[in-house]
Design a protein around this ligand. Structure first.
Ligand code: SIN
Length: 527
């Protein structure tokens, strides 16, 4: 089946109309179209190729950029070109926000049952297209098909969870101190929401926000990352099939114009809430922009999670936990263990069991069934991992496994275990966001809690211990939003996902719908 490449008529139109300065990039878009048309028999290999869209989605229409610019998306496992999406700018961001504003007038008044039914249709469509949606994730993000199927199931579960939440947006009656007064609180959707998401979960980070927004009665403008826009566009197509009306969901793809588009999404008066997942520095800048109109803000930012193994832990269980939370997505999640602290008496056993398991990993193209771990997203990600490994080694750490880039096409880094990483190493202060397990020895509970809390951020933390007293003490002492005790996996649609300190504001999943609702007091007087 032939994929839909750049719309040819549009490419010709912009080429003729564009000023000379922009024709160069238009010409390359056109040549890309020819290249794809002539060489790309089926880069996607989907059962339903119409899930692949090469245009943004605004007010229920598939649209190209007015200036004709495009963003090239490549497969990180092979470097192969997957296609292009439009380089949208300020004008398109404004029209997406206006469309969401207009759609809110009716979507915000629909019944909760109606929104429940549409979200359930959306959920069922995501399940029905599981194989295709997973394949899109693997091709643009690199994670293995098994992980991508897991992500799609996780992503769809937010739609189901929030469908069920929609019908439970209850209000409250508050007893009045006066006999002739009654107070009632109702909950109303906040309005238009700007959603800005990262590439590490191309689908789930969207639905975690969008599901809550739609269920509450809000409309949305979504800016997906330039590395993985196709999952977002496939979701838009499924939303259309599920019956989400025009303008309720809008997708604006952008890369070069990200600063002006992002600013508009955070400052435009029509937008009443921002939900962002990404790095702490970007989060701070968006938070500042949102302040100009005092919008509601939800932020899930960087993690740098501590992972602690106490001497009373089940070591095999701790190794399994470390594998799960350190190497999920090849180490590219905000909740990945970043600093692994192991008590001295069990250090050697833990390090050798972990190294043995990591040696057995098979790095490769995520489409290959035998692959256990995919590539990193791009060259910048590789450079950061290299910097962290070199820094640790220069300070005396030993490489037990891996430690270098994998030669060949694609952006692969060998799954790595570093031993005796000193406290001053970079990886103790910055998220590595790669497949590097950095092990540090500790002696006492007090010492390790101080080490774990010595961070500006606090998203997730993990520890392994079978002492019930210690479990309570350490869980309470860790300065993080989420603690995994004797498990390396905490994520689920039902839990309040979010952090403390510079890891963010608000919670997603669980009761996260409240972040998309305003409380309104109605006082009935003169009774
Ligand atoms: C993230 O990496 O930001 C999200 C991870 C998760 O939901 O488990």
């Amino acid at each position: 089946m032939f994929p839909q490449p750049l719309p040819f008529s549009h490419a010709l139109r912009v080429l003729v109309k564009a000023p000379i300065a922009t024709r160069q990039s238009n010409r390359s878009s056109l040549s890309l179209w020819y290249r794809m048309a002539s060489t790309n028999a089926n880069v996607w290999g989907l059962q339903d190729p119409s899930l692949i869209k090469y245009q943004s989605y605004i007010d229920g229409k598939w649209v190209s950029a007015k200036e004709g610019g495009t963003i090239l998306v490549t497969n990180p496992a092979t470097g192969e070109e997957l296609g292009t999406v439009p380089e949208m700018g300020l004008e398109e961001a404004k029209s997406a926000i206006a469309a969401a504003g207009n759609a809110f007038a009716s979507w915000g008044k629909t019944t909760a049952r109606h929104r429940h039914d549409i979200l359930m249709k959306f959920y069922n469509l995501m399940r029905e297209h599981n194989d295709d949606l997973a394949r899109i994730i693997t091709l643009e993000n690199g994670k293995t098909l098994t992980e991508a199927k897991g992500e799609n199931a996780y992503s769809a579960s937010f739609m189901e969870w929030y469908a069920e939440e929609a019908v439970r947006i209850y209000g409250e009656h508050i007893p009045s101190p006066f006999t002739n007064i009654r107070n009632v609180v109702i909950k109303q959707p906040v309005g238009v929401v700007s959603i800005l998401t990262p590439w590490n979960f191309p689908s789930a980070m969207i639905t975690r926000k969008l599901g809550a927004a739609l269920a509450a009665g809000c409309t949305a403008v979504i800016k997906p990352p330039p590395e993985t826009p196709f999952s977002a566009l496939a979701l838009a197509e499924l939303s259309r099939r599920a019956g989400v009306p025009d303008g309720v969901i809008n997708i604006v793809t952008t890369q070069k114009n990200v600063i002006e588009v992002g600013r508009e999404m955070c400052e435009n008066k029509i937008v009443r809430k921002i939900s962002f997942t990404g790095s702490t520095p970007v989060a701070k800048s968006l938070y500042g922009m949102a302040a100009s109109t005092l919008k509601k803000v939800s932020i899930e930012a960087g993690g740098n999670a501590p992972f602690i193994v106490f001497d009373d832990a089940d070591i095999d269980q701790a190794v399994e936990g470390a594998i799960l939370c350190k190497f999920r997505g090849s180490g590219q999640t905000c909740v990945c263990a970043n600093r692994i602290y192991v008590q001295s008496s069990v250090y050697a056993a833990f390090a050798s069991k972990l190294a043995e398991k990591v040696t057995a990993f098979k790095v490769g193209n995520g489409l290959d069934e035998t692959t256990t771990h995919g590539p990193l997203i791009h060259e910048r990600a590789i450079s950061k991992v290299v910097r962290h490994v070199e820094d640790a080694v220069s300070r005396g750490a030993q490489v037990l496994v891996g430690g270098k880039r994998v030669d060949g096409a694609g952006t692969f880094f060998a799954p790595t275990v570093l031993s005796e990483v000193p406290a001053g190493a970079l990886s103790n202060f910055e998220e590595t966001f790669g497949p590097v397990a950095a092990l540090t020895k500790f002696e006492t509970e007090e010492e390790v809690i101080a080490l774990a809390n010595n961070a500006d951020v606090g998203l997730a933390g993990y520890f392994f211990s079978r002492d019930v007293g210690r479990v309570w003490r350490v869980a309470e002492a860790l300065e993080v939003g989420m603690v995994g005790t004797n498990t390396g996996m905490i994520s689920h649609a039902t839990i309040p996902f979010g952090g403390v300190k510079e890891s963010g504001l608000g919670r997603e999943g669980g009761h996260g719908i409240t972040e998309y609702l305003n409380q309104k007091l109605i006082t009935f007087g003169g009774l």
